[in-house]
Design a protein around this ligand. Structure first.
Ligand SMILES: [Zn+2]
Ligand SMILES: [Zn+2]
Length: 331
């Protein structure tokens, strides 16, 4: 089923999270960003500038724009505060800003918690250092961090490869992040929700005197998206739509999908006694129970009978490339 078919049949919406505008270190204004989002087929986006919230929320070019904050100290613990009603300072310390986000009506996701210890390009890694500090949720996959972890700038050929074949550098969520996420889900009764982020900046750099936009917004918006599939119809009014989207993310009702690997949406349903996956083509489907793989199968779909209680989630790979991660669900 392709995206437009799916849209006719289900209440579904697709969005990109973790976007920087010109108010922090991005290059676009909201007009340019939402035009790009519209072209990429997105229904909603979440802007998270560093330590400020200057973009005004609302509908632009038919795209629902929600504004959060990437609470960003210099070296570590970047945190995407969503649904908050004021800017929260990174200076108060990570444990305090996690609490402050909740106090101001929101919830948060640890951003790019495990950037690589060693990067060939020497770009600084910003991590979630102490994993005992528990966030509300986790950005398990960040497109830009994934690229930067694997980008080699040691010679002109490798630089060119990194830009022209950028998608080949994408490896998927960091193993340590998935382990941390699964562990937290095993400890906690409720779900620790996950999102995927693009971390789009559309940086303009002056290269060989010609200004080029590195990773333009539209390209980034066609990579890691979050798809919300719900029984409830998507409200039309902004305030209600915003609430609907944020609630879905808080409850883990989204699946994380890299559209560059395949631009369709899998049908995945969780019922008390079975998990059902339907795809258009063969892919490697993994069923995870409490963080452990209980089934790995290459197929166009499957029905997995659930015999034991646990937190279940699904991962899907195409030609070894990570494509889809669902949130866990208590069955
Ligand atoms: Zn960051
Ligand atoms: Zn960022």
């Amino acid at each position: 089923m392709n995206i437009s078919d799916l849209k006719k049949t289900y209440n579904y919406s697709m969005g990109a999270i973790h976007i920087h505008s010109k108010f922090s270190d991005g290059s676009g204004d909201i007009e340019q960003i939402t035009k790009a989002a519209k072209k990429a087929g997105l229904d909603w986006i979440i802007i998270t500038d560093h330590n400020l919230m200057e973009v005004k929320e609302g509908f632009y070019n038919g795209v629902c724009v929600i504004v959060g904050e990437e609470i960003s100290p210099k070296d570590s613990y970047h945190y995407l505060g969503l649904g908050i009603n004021k800017v929260i300072s990174p200076k108060i310390g990570v444990e305090n800003y996690i609490n402050e986000v909740v106090k101001s009506g929101g919830f948060g996701f640890a951003a790019h918690p495990n950037e690589a210890d060693y990067r060939k390009n020497k770009a600084k890694s910003i991590k979630w250092l102490d994993k005992n500090i528990v966030p509300d949720g986790i950005e398990i996959w960040n497109w830009f961090s994934d690229w930067a972890d694997n980008y080699d700038d040691s010679n002109i050929f490798k630089i060119a490869y990194g830009y022209f074949f950028k998608h080949k550098l994408i490896r998927g969520p960091h193993a340590e992040t998935l382990k941390w996420w699964d562990n937290l889900n095993n400890i906690k009764k409720e779900i620790v929700p996950a999102i995927g982020g693009v971390d789009a900046h559309a940086l303009k750099i002056l290269k060989y005197i010609v200004p080029v936009t590195v990773f333009p917004y539209e390209q980034m918006f066609k990579t890691i998206n979050n798809v919300i599939i719900s029984d409830e119809k998507i409200p039309n009014l902004f305030d209600e739509q915003k609430k609907y989207i944020l609630n879905a993310l808080k409850n883990g009702d989204n699946i994380i999908i890299n559209r560059h690997v395949k631009d369709t949406i899998p049908l995945i349903s969780f019922a008390d006694n079975k998990i059902e996956v339907q795809l258009l083509d063969n892919a490697e489907i993994r069923i995870m129970k409490n963080g452990c793989m209980v089934l790995k199968e290459v197929d166009k779909g499957l029905i997995f009978p659930v015999k034991e209680k646990g937190k279940y989630r699904v991962e899907i790979y195409i030609n070894q490339k990570p494509w889809v991660y669902t949130n866990p669900i208590n069955l």
